[in-house]
Design a protein around this ligand. Structure first.
Ligand code: PRX
Length: 694
């Protein structure tokens, strides 16, 4: 037909080159044939297109949309972000988008700073008219089939009630509330209730010890804790309330503890401090006016491990975080063309104690009006078929988990998968660590019937939501690669000196521009925020990860390049484990590094030097493991403890971790130059010691 090759305006005003137009026309056309389009300027275009099937049409739509977004961002970044901000309901719409600077002189991260909105309104109220009776949360307990679901209306009511309970207990805008909860709807209710009244929540993973809980409560200055009597995981009970009692012996600023009944197990309630959730809510009114929040008001603090010191309180704010979780949920997991978001049942298996649980169990899905699963169990209880049995029973359509879970279940064999009808699943996702090709293939073949796309999402607690990930249907994937940056995300690879690497290269992964979901500060320590992320490669945000870009421009995350290890997709600072080990009276010094682990991705390898004259023993290994569990939690338990006569140190006394890493990786022959060591013979001793039982 007649083809005009000049750029044209289409539909909602998206500027597009001819190739782009062709795609849109093809899509509109669908079944093929002649088609004509008025581009708004009065010129008509006539096109003949071939036939497409439904799947292809959906793909073209997505690819097209992604390209349009990227083009729009390239043309006018602020205009793009303000247009995207329309995804949210604002009481005052912002006039400005990005006012961030990575530069030391005017350092700061700010987005939509003159906008006002409330997160709970976006996750609840705005859906009531259209989705009030639709499921919001589908809860699945530890025992298969133990569950219930909450509609948006019911969730709204419970959130308002609990918000009133918080207020009645003296919590006001800006106050910090610690949550130490199982994966039950009440956890999401508590988060959203905080958001409703402008309180700042800090969720602490229920697997952390009372010591870790106390550290976090003290650091963020929480005055109220929400918990449950006990948690249940894999048939075992976790004494959450007892742990809180224990933590509060040290964290003395807490005035109230709200306890929900999960198991009915015995707990001691302290008069004047502890109250039952159920009782308090029963007496509370079920309407609560939302607090108007500035876009830059804090939404939550979440602690995460770094290379040095204690875990940092990563602070996220209201507008940017919500936009990023909302936008990325839609791009990655949104409905197929012509479908509604409620046609899907989305299951992200992460615990709300981690950022993945914040962004993709609670905020992202609910803001989009989706149906989100909350699972309070573990993948291997009552048997290794649990995730598949539950997916089939609930009719899950999108399943998002960590590679470590896939590897663990893959090892149990296909017989745990085959009995279950997984035909409802249409899309798979992974997060938290690189996925190895073997696990990718198994996931794709056995769970995804060889048909479902896999979205490998790279991101961090600090980033709020996914930054590098394929948009299903629009991005051709390569197993093990997180593929390309999402629209508006600017990754770069730099060498050790910070020089940008072009083309196919491997280096340190940095981001050269801010994005709305970026963390705003380390709570209480803005200087540490700058030092940790912006001082290594000035002018950029340094992720702590290494990455490779292949000849096609695909990103492959190679893992952390700092002293952070990734155990089963959980971040662990080697310094934290070391300081726990150092607490033992017989330990002189400990050095911890990551080691390859078939299931966990990385395991924890501890080199422990005892005081002069002390001998290592199996009993002492047990004591050290117990100590770490007590100080941090079971996830930090060392896999290997090697007692060593000395540690490889430079003459200035710095431990050469490079050497320890090589040893732990079983690459003792690749240690390289050790001439800078104060005592090079240490290396030989370490090598010999490795044959001992661990
Ligand atoms: O090393 C990267 C790894 O997990 C780190 C972030 O951990 P955390 O803040 O706990 O957040 C985990 C969930 C977002 C990153 O620095 N990581 C995360 N996703 C991937 C990944 N590594 C490779 N591929 C991924 N998809």
């Amino acid at each position: 037909g007649t083809i005009d090759t000049t750029p044209v305006y289409i539909g909602a005003g998206q500027f597009a080159a001819w190739k782009h137009t062709q795609l849109i026309l093809d899509v509109v056309e669908g079944r093929g044939g002649m088609f004509s389009l008025d581009n708004g300027t009065g010129r008509r275009f006539l096109v003949r297109s071939r036939a497409y099937d439904e799947g292809e049409i959906a793909m073209l739509h997505r690819a097209d949309r992604l390209r349009a977004m990227q083009a729009a961002h390239g043309r006018d970044a602020d205009g793009f972000w303000l247009a995207e901000a329309r995804r949210l309901d604002w009481s005052v719409f912002p006039t400005k988008a990005d006012e961030s600077s990575f530069d030391k002189r005017d350092f700061g991260i700010r987005w939509f700073a003159d906008g006002e909105l409330n997160v709970s309104v976006n996750c609840l109220d705005r859906h009531l008219m259209t989705r009030g009776d639709q499921q919001a949360i589908v809860f699945e307990g530890d025992e298969p089939g133990e569950g219930r679901s909450l509609t948006y209306r019911a969730l709204h009511r419970e959130v308002c009630r609990f918000a009133n309970v918080l207020k009645a207990n003296g919590i006001a805008k800006g106050d910090r509330v610690a949550l130490y909860m199982p994966m039950v709807p009440e956890a999401a209710i508590a988060m959203l209730a905080c958001a409703r009244i402008g309180a700042v929540h800090s969720v602490v993973f229920g697997g952390f010890s009372p010591e870790s809980l106390a550290d976090r409560i003290i650091d963020c200055g929480a005055t109220l804790v929400v918990t449950a009597d006990e948690g249940t995981r894999g048939g075992k009970r976790i004494p959450l309330k007892d742990n809180v009692d224990c933590a509060l012996e040290r964290a003395s600023g807490v005035r109230s503890v709200i306890v929900m009944r999960r198991t009915g197990g015995p707990v001691s309630m302290r008069e004047g401090r502890d109250i039952w959730w159920e009782k308090a809510c029963a007496a509370a009114p079920d309407d609560c006016a939302p607090e108007t929040m500035n876009a830059e008001d804090p939404l939550f603090i979440l602690y995460t491990s770094g290379s040095t010191g204690k875990p940092k309180g990563v602070l996220h704010t209201t507008g940017g975080y919500l936009l990023w979780s909302t936008l990325t949920y839609d791009l990655l997991f949104g409905p197929e063309h012509g479908r509604d978001v409620s046609d899907d049942l989305f299951w992200c298996t992460a615990d709300i104690g981690w950022i993945t649980g914040h962004s993709y169990v609670v905020y992202g899905p609910l803001s989009n009006g989706a149906r989100t699963v909350m699972f309070d169990g573990v993948p291997n209880y009552p048997d290794p078929g649990r995730l598949w049995e539950t997916s089939a029973r609930l009719g899950v359509t999108i399943f998002y988990t960590a590679p470590t879970a896939i590897r663990a279940l893959m090892r149990e064999g296909d017989r745990w998968v085959t009995p279950h009808d997984l035909s409802s699943i249409r899309l798979l996702g992974t997060v938290g660590e690189p996925i190895n090709p073997e696990a990718w293939d198994w996931y794709h073949e056995r769970i995804g019937r060889g048909e479902c796309p896999i979205v490998d999402t790279w991101w961090q607690t600090e980033t709020g939501g996914a930054l590098i990930a394929p948009v299903p249907g629009a991005t051709a994937t390569k197993p093990g690669s997180a593929t390309f940056p999402l629209p508006g995300v600017s990754p770069e690879l730099v060498d050790g000196e910070g020089h940008a690497l072009a083309g196919a290269a491997e280096g340190n992964l940095v981001l050269t521009r801010s994005w709305p979901g970026q963390m705003r500060t380390v709570f209480g320590d803005h200087e540490r925020f700058f030092q940790t992320y912006f001082s290594t490669f000035p002018g950029t945000y340094f992720t702590g990860d290494g990455a490779r870009r292949d000849a096609d421009g695909y990103f492959w995350i190679t893992g952390r390049v700092d002293d952070v290890i990734n155990v089963s997709g959980h971040r662990m600072g080697t310094a934290e484990v070391e300081s726990a080990l150092d607490m033992h009276e017989l330990v002189s010094e400990a050095a911890v590094v990551g080691m390859p682990h078939d299931v966990k991705g990385q395991g924890i390898y501890a080199f422990v030097m005892l005081n002069a004259g002390e001998e290592g023993s199996e009993a002492l290994r047990g004591e050290l493991r117990t100590l770490v569990r007590k100080e941090i939690g079971p996830i930090a338990t060392p896999d290997v403890i090697q007692f060593v006569p000395g540690l490889p140190k430079t003459r200035s006394g710095k431990i050469m971790r490079r050497i320890l890493r090589k040893l732990a990786e079983g690459q003792a022959d690749q240690i390289g130059d050790i001439s800078t060591l104060a005592d090079p013979t240490v290396v030989q001793q370490l090598r010999e010691g490795m044959n001992e039982p661990a």
